[in-house]
Write a protein that binds this ligand. Structure first.
Ligand code: ZN
Length: 174
């Protein structure tokens, strides 16, 4: 069986559903799903991926920041599995920047997000973890967190004038 998962595309009702909390993080299906999500995000050049994007409606996502063709200035970090996340607090400051989504290919939008967030989540080893995230990593976290609640980035774009194609986006970042 291939480790590459098929990514649900915008219009698939699974992307609009409220995802279920994970009761047993040590469950074999969940652990295998984490490995396959990390593999799939890597292959797709994604900096994050959420379980509902591969038709698994669980409160689970991967944050895997690294420089890519879309985000040349992204910080490098180990792909991290985030289970049952919560956003505890956030900065007053909101920052607008470009986002895309593996479920919405070919489209980029300017999305306002909190500059910093305090989060709590369970690791894949079952440890409760509390962290403060900022800037790009905080942006990925908020984007993926939205997926668990059936929200996609185009819902948060303030104006349709701030939606561009991938091709035009590449011209903007050079
Ligand atoms: Zn997405």
């Amino acid at each position: 069986m291939s480790d590459l998962l098929e990514i649900s595309q915008l219009g698939d009702p699974i992307l609009r559903r409220q995802a279920q909390p994970i009761e047993n993080v040590h469950d074999e299906h969940i652990q295998k799903l984490i490995d396959r999500l990390i593999f799939t995000a890597g292959k797709a050049n994604g900096v994050g991926i959420a379980a509902p994007q591969v038709a698994e409606s669980y409160r689970l996502f991967i944050v895997a920041s690294r420089p890519t063709i879309r985000y040349p200035n992204a910080p490098v970090m180990e792909p991290t599995a985030i289970l049952n996340p919560q956003i505890i607090a956030h900065s007053a400051e909101v920052v607008k920047d470009w986002e895309g989504c593996l479920s919405i290919p070919g489209i980029r939008g300017l999305v306002p997000r909190y500059q910093a967030i305090e989060v709590e989540y369970t690791t894949r080893d079952g440890k409760l973890c509390r962290q403060t995230l900022s800037d790009f990593v905080a942006r990925i976290f908020q984007h993926e967190f939205d997926h668990l609640n059936g929200i996609v980035f185009v819902d948060r774009v303030e104006s349709t004038l701030e939606i561009v194609t991938e091709q035009e986006y590449q011209k903007l970042i050079v």
